[in-house]
Design a protein around this ligand. Sequence first.
Ligand SMILES: [Zn+2]
Length: 53
Amino acid sequence: MHNLDSNCSYLPSPANRINLGSFSSCRGAVAAAKRYYNDVNGCYYCAKDCHTS
Ligand SMILES: [Zn+2]
């Protein structure tokens, strides 16, 4: 899970992205992403608050 606003250089290719919308915190984005993926993790580089090992 990446934050587009941060211009992260680790974004997947556009075909592999789902636009989750805008969230005031990465936690909301993670919750939304879990509707699509079982295993959701924040990007270490652009969503570090939600990154888990
Ligand atoms: Zn990222």
